[in-house]
Design a protein around this ligand. Sequence first.
Ligand code: PYR
Length: 368
Amino acid sequence: MVSEFKTSQAEGFIPDFVNTYDLEGRAQKVIPADAFGYISSGAGDEFTLTENDRAFNHKLIIPQVLADVENPDTATTVDGHTITAPIILAPVAAHKLANDAGEIASAQGVHNFNTVYTTSSYSSVDLPDITEALAGSPEWFQFYFSKDNEINKHIIDRVKALGVKKIVLTADATVGGNREVDVRNHFVFPVNMPIVQEYLPEGVGRSMNYVYGSAKQKLSATDVEFIAAYSGLPVYVKGVQSAKDVERSLDAGASGIWVSNHGGRQLDGGPAAFDSLQYVAKAVNHRVPIVYDSGIRRGQHIFKALASGADLVAIGRPAIYGLALGGSRGVEQVFDKLTEELKMVMQLAGTQTIEDVKHYQLRDNDFV
Ligand code: PYR
């Protein structure tokens, strides 16, 4: 058994918050070392994790002057709901690792900012409490699929009853990546995962590999078809980085594609997700919306992702560091900071609206 777990209880705006990169070192001081290692690290040599950040330099935003732009508008529409900016919360396991208030505080922060919250199957708070804290803001549900379809049906019944708008099938984590930091730290979850308790009755004291091993390994197009047919909800496939997986997903009835390499936590040695985005966008060819995550730390990253084919970007670690340092206010502040940066980039790039950003032509960087 794990000994009693004590983490941050912070609630309130984070002082001297300059950019999201600064938050990691500060969060490290308030999150227990093994939990911080789990959140922050990537797989193997962390090549892919590092590339996620570097790859944004492969494309350049050329300033547009005399562009007749003032006070750019970052708002966009999702699920018939106008959100403050095209930045949503990615699914992240066990927010209680970062703050005692866990997903409740994250959901409140997301609601206060006004965007979409993606509930992780491995949340440390149960579904109704997250939905209540969201107070009507759009909620998507990220599925880690059970091997048992009766359990899957029950989970779908629960999320549908709560009014969840979309189901996101994470398909790139059928086993854990090579999380060497967790191995060195002997990391096990000190908190439960109530949403999946039917297939993971005792989450406390379990390693990430054990948790992944409890879910389904042999995912295929049939699983996408099953979720779409049983739920009647739009299904997004998350972890797509190739044209082949775009076709498999769309043929199976997916309503959206989520480009991600899981924040560099899964297949080390793979491409930066941003480098994959252009191939995926070409293959999707505007047939369905694209969500992008992995490495978003700056407003300019958001601009580049939108100009490369994404409709929305999702953030994980920066929001979790905000949660650790400032609870719901910290989460809100991270979204606010990225929006403020995006707005500044939009002005300097001569783009008034998010649609303008999506039509903006980035220049290839021939110098890297
Ligand atoms: C992760 O640790 O990356 C999960 O998605 C659970």
